[in-house]
Write a protein that binds this ligand. Structure first.
Ligand SMILES: Cc1nc(NNC(=O)[C@H](CC2CCCC2)CN(O)CO)c(F)c(N2CCN3CCOC[C@@H]3C2)n1
Ligand code: NI
Length: 189
């Protein structure tokens, strides 16, 4: 039976599309049905992309996050699906109007660097981000949440929130020495 796959790589805009460099618009509540449907479709994409059979079948690049501007909808909404080492959902949410309320002085960077579904090239280098953040966000029903995150989920959320502000991961890479990080940056395995 053919799975209904709503978002594929064809729907993801790439570097050069001005939407990726725009500041996305805040979402007002109650959200429209279209916006709620988009949220579900974005989370579905992440689930599909993390399923080896479906990812192969529909040629999906694996993702742990997807921001609405990446599907050319310039609103402040992102889906995150961060699995733990047993591939159980560690942090799985649709974040609406996310704001970082506070951030640690301590920085962290993924040892593998970062990629982006909207960037069709490797950009080597460490991407220094805050190791811990306190996030304020709203769910699809408009309920407010305040969540403290650290390490991997914190990095993913910062990458996604950057998309809402027109920032791409390589904007953070040290131009002179991409693998240069200062002493208060921990490299996460
Ligand atoms: C770290 C990672 N980044 C993957 N891709 N890039 C992305 O998600 C981009 C966003 C991430 C880039 C760095 C921080 C946020 C997408 N972005 O552009 C959205 O703005 C992965 F796919 C991935 N994992 C580990 C978990 N695994 C579970 C099983 O399925 C495969 C999956 C692979 N980890
Ligand atoms: Ni990205």
């Amino acid at each position: 039976m053919e799975e209904l796959v709503l978002i594929t790589m064809d729907n993801i805009i790439r570097e050069g599309n001005p939407t990726l460099r725009a500041r996305a618009k805040a979402v007002s509540f109650p959200m429209s049905d279209d916006q709620k449907q988009l949220a579900h479709d974005m989370m579905e994409f992440l689930e599909n992309s993390q399923n080896p059979e479906l990812a192969e079948k529909y040629k999906l690049r694996a993702g742990v996050g997807l921001a609405a501007p990446q599907v050319d909808v310039s609103i402040r909404m992102t889906a995150v699906l961060v699995p733990d080492e047993n591939d159980e959902p560690l942090f799985k949410h649709i974040l609406v109007n996310p704001t970082i309320l506070s951030e640690s002085v301590k920085m962290a960077a993924l040892s593998e660097g970062e990629g982006c579904l909207s960037v069709d090239r490797e950009v080597p280098g460490y991407v220094p981000r805050h190791d811990r953040i306190t996030l304020r966000w709203y769910d699809l029903d408009g309920n407010k949440h305040i969540t403290k995150l650290r390490d991997y989920p914190a990095i993913v959320c910062q990458h996604e929130i950057d998309h809402l502000n027109g920032i791409l991961f390589f904007d953070h890479i040290n131009k002179k020495n991409p693998f240069n990080v200062d002493e208060n940056t921990v490299i996460l395995g």
